[in-house]
Write a protein that binds this ligand. Structure first.
Ligand code: IFM
Length: 691
């Protein structure tokens, strides 16, 4: 297998990271890359996208379901798992070409081999095959079934759990704190007939085995939100269908980096993680930590619009459309939020759940030492979300040419976002409209005025709204709206570069203490301390902010300005968010810093299997996978290194390849046509392909 992530050797402390790295998912469900004998304490999770539950006043978050793959082996009455003895050999692997996870472990008395997938053919289905091969003759006891213990961050979420065994099948019905009902069906097929129920969700098999003899167990499990059921096909059929469906998606998202195995593997891994999130049916959005668990409440952030949508728009427009449909469905929630804060229009949730419900707490971080909640203003002040969403509608249209999205609710989203900004802005004595008391992408500086990123993105929203109102005049009731938009557009304050070409991130930023990232780190009182507590009075920023503006709106500023800002802001950037590196990578490429960008690209693409990412924001756990980083790496490769330009009717390529690689080839779709692109240091070709 050329494209397989493999870890050799067993280290208990790797269980959390491996859970992320070896995850399987299909956009609806995800199952962490954990071992069969693991339980809640090792963060086993079967995570479900888009259905949420709140326990009392704790944070509302997505559901994890009971684990159907629990399995333990006993030999002559003694348990023998990784908890009991160090394996002689151990290997876990993820085949990026088939989306199959596998595990091989050798113990003194037996070996265990397992294979699992989250079906890309039927997204409710998880499947696993476990094969035990005896090394010693004797009595083996296998305990398996659905583990009732669930890893919840802010749970428990099921206030009622009903399990029932029927033959070799376990059914589960769980009722959440909010009354929601989820059902799970797990079917077991086993090579032995001496299987007995052990509890309401577990079985035991007692088997006398000779050395070399095998015991096998197939598990097929599905989750249901209603009364539906599923006729389980055998493991082999389900696997074949999954592999075919996954391979089709992978072929559409084909990308290969030539001349460098590390970079090639990294982009394949990123694409794997992205494909694990694509859902074209349900329009529920993609959570910031994907399907790796309940971190960040399973909520949808701007990550979706800015970092993920570009990949899907190029490789599977139906998924990209679903992401926008999620925002269309969430419009009433965004309107309600705007009203709650005394504004008009649509103020989208910073951490969005179903129907646009805001999940972001006022105290989104805790002090790791005292445990005291830290007041944050993310939900109230990170208004750029209502500009990021219109931007994504425009990007989707630019890539796919699908104007129907505007007719089917997109126009209303854009105009409502614009109306929000009209009501939010303050007209000041200079005769201009200012956006005050906001937070830009750099969350360490809260309640600032005229964040450059926000103001320019708002300008784009207003331009789009003017276009929508002009195009669909009968859809918008207010006869004065167009005039108001045009006036606002002319008088919106837009920070300009200073003499040195640097754009001030927000009013007063230049006056803050001039300290670098490393020196500021010395002020941390604990490793886990939230940097926002020490960075706010300094120039140190969490993540790409002005850099994000220059990358997302590249036509707004000339090259000298881009260079000046890259040079100025990079040393102050902590990259405390996984969203940061790829944005700087893209900006670096615009500034011809190809080698610097290459390092940032690799950092983004490798984050979930070799990278270091923050696990804590103060006392709040933020671990899991990093889809935005994977999406950002893809953007760097395609729009950066290959210089894909979709501004005209026909796409074009303007490559800037780093020395470390010899070429990139990729497939994409543009306005209903399929293309195959190939770039090297000397050449760039684009061929239209038949579907
Ligand atoms: O959306 C991001 C934000 O920009 C930084 N903190 C984490 C969020 C989720 O990825």
């Amino acid at each position: 297998m050329k494209y397989a992530l493999t870890h050799h050797g067993y280290r208990k402390e790797d269980c959390v990271q491996e859970g992320n790295s070896f995850l399987v998912g299909n956009g609806h469900i995800g199952y962490r890359g954990t071992l069969e004998e693991y339980r809640a304490s090792e963060q086993v999770a079967w995570n479900l996208v888009g259905i949420y539950d709140q326990r009392g006043s704790k944070w509302r978050e997505s559901f994890n379901l009971p684990n159907p793959f629990f399995f333990e082996t006993y030999f002559e009455g003694k348990r023998e798992t990784v908890h009991d003895c160090h394996p002689i050999k151990h290997e876990v692997s993820l085949d990026l070409e088939t989306g199959l996870f596998s595990r091989h472990t050798e113990f003194p008395t037996y070996t265990i081999a397992s294979e699992r997938f989250a079906s890309h053919e039927d997204d409710r289905l998880l499947a696993e095959r476990i094969v035990i091969k005896a090394k010693k003759a004797g009595r083996y006891r296998f305990v398996f079934g659905v583990d009732p213990e669930i890893w919840d961050i802010h749970g428990p979420h099921f206030i009622a759990k009903e399990f029932a065994i029927d033959g070799l099948s376990v059914s589960f019905k769980g009722t959440g704190n909010e009354g929601g009902v989820l059902r799970e069906q797990a079917q077991y097929q086993c090579s032995s007939s001496s299987v007995h129920p052990l509890s309401e969700s577990m079985f035991e098999a007692l088997v006398d085995m000779d050395a070399g003899q095998e015991f096998s167990l197939d598990v097929l499990a599905a989750v249901f939100e209603g009364e539906e059921s599923m006729e389980f096909l055998g493991f082999d059929v389900a696997k074949e269908r999954h592999v075919q469906a996954y391979s089709r998606k992978r072929a559409n998202a084909y990308i290969e980096i030539q001349g460098n195995e590390e970079a090639d593997f990294a982009i394949h891994y990123s694409v794997y993680q992205l494909l694990a999130l694509g859902d074209s049916k349900r329009a529920r959005g993609i959570p910031a930590r994907g399907v790796s668990g309940q971190t960040y409440k399973g909520a949808i952030f701007w990550d979706q619009e800015i970092f993920l949508l570009p990949f899907f728009a190029l490789t599977d427009p139906s998924v990209a459309r679903g992401l926008l449909e999620y925002r269309i469905k969430s419009l009433p929630g965004a309107q309600a939020k705007a009203e709650e804060f005394g504004f008009e229009g649509a103020f989208y949730a910073w951490e969005s759940q179903e129907n646009g419900k805001e999940a972001c707490s006022k105290y989104n971080v805790t002090d790791p030492v005292t445990g005291a909640p830290v007041r944050t203003y993310f939900s109230e002040r990170q208004i750029h979300i209502s500009a990021d969403i219109p931007h994504a509608f425009a990007e989707y249209y630019k890539t796919t040419g699908d104007a129907s999205i505007f007719q089917e609710g997109g126009a209303e989203v854009i105009v409502e976002c614009a109306r929000f900004f009209l009501s939010f802005a303050k007209e000041r004595p200079d005769g201009l409209f200012h956006l005050e008391d906001v937070i830009g992408p750099d969350e360490y500086h809260e309640k600032v005025a005229d964040n450059a990123f926000t103001n320019y993105m708002v300008k784009k929203t207003i331009d789009l709204a003017i276009e929508m109102v002009t195009r669909f005049p009968n859809r918008f009731e207010d006869p004065a709206l167009l005039k108001r938009l045009v006036d606002f557009r002319q008088r919106l304050y837009l920070p300009r570069p200073n003499k040195g070409g640097v754009i001030e991130q927000f009013q007063g930023y230049f006056d803050l203490e001039d300290v670098g990232v490393k020196d500021l780190a010395k002020r941390l009182t604990s490793e886990k301390q939230y940097w926002g507590q020490i960075a706010s009075s300094t120039r140190v920023i969490k993540q790409a902010d002005v850099a994000a503006l220059l990358s997302l709106l590249p036509d707004e500023f000339p090259l000298e300005v881009k260079k000046a800002n890259l040079e100025f802001y990079l040393p102050y950037t902590e990259h405390g968010s996984s969203l940061s590196s790829s944005m700087y990578g893209l900006l670096g490429l615009a500034c011809d810093d190809v080698e610097g960008s290459y390092a940032l690209f690799l950092k983004s693409a490798k984050i979930d299997y070799e990278g270091a990412s923050k696990q804590w924001a103060g006392g709040v756990y933020i671990g899991g996978t990093h889809p935005a980083s994977n999406g950002g790496a893809y953007i760097d490769a395609v729009y950066g290194f290959c210089g894909l330009d979709l501004r005209g009717n026909i796409p074009s390529l303007h490559p800037k390849l780093p020395q470390e690689i010899s070429g990139i080839r990729f497939r994409f779709q543009h306005r209903g046509k399929h293309y195959f692109a190939s770039v090297t240091h000397d050449d760039a070709t684009l061929k239209e392909e038949l579907e």
